[in-house]
Design a protein around this ligand. Structure first.
Ligand SMILES: *Cc1c(COP(=O)(O)O)cnc(C)c1O
Length: 468
């Protein structure tokens, strides 16, 4: 399998190369040259597979033979045995046509474990083979950091640096990162906000001279391997419900950077019978504005009760736009569109392009007030406590189910985090905070390791440079 840049002006690379690279050199994102396709008969056969065997089937073509089959299988099994539920991604029925896909049974209680457990093991495989050492530097508003640390800490050829904004992640989220005491894990608490953390990571990417010749690897969702891993649970869930061409399912996905829902779009293109993909946003609603009004414009950031979805711009959206322009025969158009966006902070697409996108997607936004009301309502209806991100998926799904487009198909809502990670929102909703699962029960009393740095890029670079 070869991978090309969305901006069409960078080298074509194989799987190992894109795994170890972030952005393409032309500023674009890597996407596979073509997608593997599965027939209805093949999808029917997949119903017999457990989660890791299904993952192997779906991931295998993307790796394109760059890992021996037996090794790939072992890597996948290793990645998903760390999950505490034997189904890995269990499906729970909420009401007649509403299903919750619980993606929070991994080691850090958020769906990001699905991608980062695999990414860590893939990196470990290639780095050992190449006798290569790398530096992972990532920014987190909460969930990515712990998932990256837990996924990559066993990879001793990687030094891991995670920047989080000082006192702006929840206590549970911080502890999940800072109580990992391995020598190759370094938590930096930056006296700035998440945007500062992200901007520093970008700048360090552009100038890696302080890394003493080592390569910097991205673990955020622009890394293709993360998207690839997430395609699997769309298949797993839709197949559990027996989805077919005549009886498709829809998915509602709490969305920030557009990584998770983009994986659902790929699943659809690979043959999975999906009717609609509902983009569920909080008050940071750039994607909802785009779908409803062709208005993709950067606005100021809202701090909400669903912090992992607080974004101004969705980086993976470029991958969807690339596909949309390719489908109308203008793949080169994308680079201009994105360049304009970088200058003006806003973007509009041709009406026919938006019409095509709307065949696959719908979108609704849920604010904090509705978030709390819905958390309470779901608890009253079902006894379940739902985290403030997943509930936005439920709220958007219910708006879709009340719209004229809805045709009584089952809707699967992606539950992206365990409610115990976000006690503040649960309490605000008038409920008792959820308890951490047993395997994390001692977390809050564990010893922490982190450094607090001023909001200054040179300080961060110096810290990293001294540790590698
Ligand atoms: C990261 C995250 C999201 C958003 O996922 P994207 O891939 O960025 O769209 C939603 N919910 C939770 C709990 C998350 O951690």
């Amino acid at each position: 399998m070869k991978y090309i840049s969305t901006r069409q002006n960078a080298e074509t690379l194989g799987f190992e190369d894109i795994l170890l690279q972030g952005l393409a050199t032309d500023g674009g994102l890597y996407v596979p040259e073509f997608l593997p396709k599965f027939s209805p008969a093949q999808i029917k056969e997949m119903a017999k597979l457990n989660y890791p065997d299904l993952a192997y089937k779906i991931i295998h073509p993307f790796v394109g033979g760059e890992i021996a089959d037996a090794d790939l299988k072992e890597i996948i099994y290793k990645s998903y045995t760390t999950f505490s539920h034997s189904a890995v991604a269990p499906l729970k029925q909420l009401s007649h046509n509403e299903y919750l896909l619980e993606l929070f049974h991994g080691p850090t209680l958020a769906f990001k474990d699905f991608a980062l457990q695999l990414l860590g093991n893939l990196l470990d495989h290639f780095l050992r083979k190449n006798h290569q050492k790398i530096v992972i530097i990532g920014a987190t508003s909460g969930d990515t950091g712990s998932a990256a640390i837990m996924g990559c800490k066993a990879c001793k050829n990687a030094e891991i640096f995670i920047l989080h904004p000082f006192e702006r992640v929840s206590d549970v989220q911080r502890k999940q990162m800072t109580t990992v005491l391995d020598d190759n894990v370094h938590n930096i608490s930056l006296k700035g906000n998440f945007d500062d953390c992200q901007a520093f990571v970008k700048k360090m990417f552009m100038d890696q001279s302080f890394l003493k010749g080592k390569k910097m690897v991205a673990v955020n969702s622009i890394n293709w391997a993360r998207i690839m891993a997430q395609i699997v649970y769309y298949f797993y869930a839709a197949i559990r419900l027996g989805a077919t061409e005549d009886a498709p399912v829809s998915f509602s996905v709490p969305t920030g950077n557009f990584g998770d829902i983009y994986a659902g779009f790929l699943a659809k293109k690979m043959g999975l019978p999906i009717k609609k993909l509902i983009i569920a946003t909080n008050q940071n609603d750039i994607l909802t504005r785009f779908i409803k009004h062709n208005d993709y414009s950067r606005k100021s950031l809202f701090e909400t009760l669903s912090p992992s979805m607080n974004i101004q711009v969705s980086s993976n959206f470029e991958r969807l736009l690339f596909d949309a322009y390719k489908n109308v025969g203008q793949p080169k158009e994308l680079a201009n569109l994105m360049k304009n966006f970088e200058t003006n902070g806003s973007l509009k697409v041709e009406p026919r392009v938006l019409e095509n996108i709307k065949k696959d997607f719908d979108s609704y936004s849920i604010d904090d007030t509705a978030t709390c009301e819905l958390i309470k309502q779901l608890h009253d209806e079902t006894g379940e406590t739902i985290d403030p991100h997943s509930i936005i998926g439920i709220g958007a799904s219910r708006k879709y189910m009340a719209s004229k487009d809805y045709e009584n198909e089952p809707v699967i809502i992606l539950a992206t985090a365990h409610p115990a990670k976000f006690p503040e929102a649960i309490e605000k909703s008038g409920l008792k905070p959820s308890e951490l699962p047993k395997f994390l029960s001692g977390l809050m009393n564990k010893k922490e390791k982190m450094v607090i740095l001023e909001n200054n890029l040179d300080d961060v670079k110096e810290f990293v440079s001294n540790k590698i």
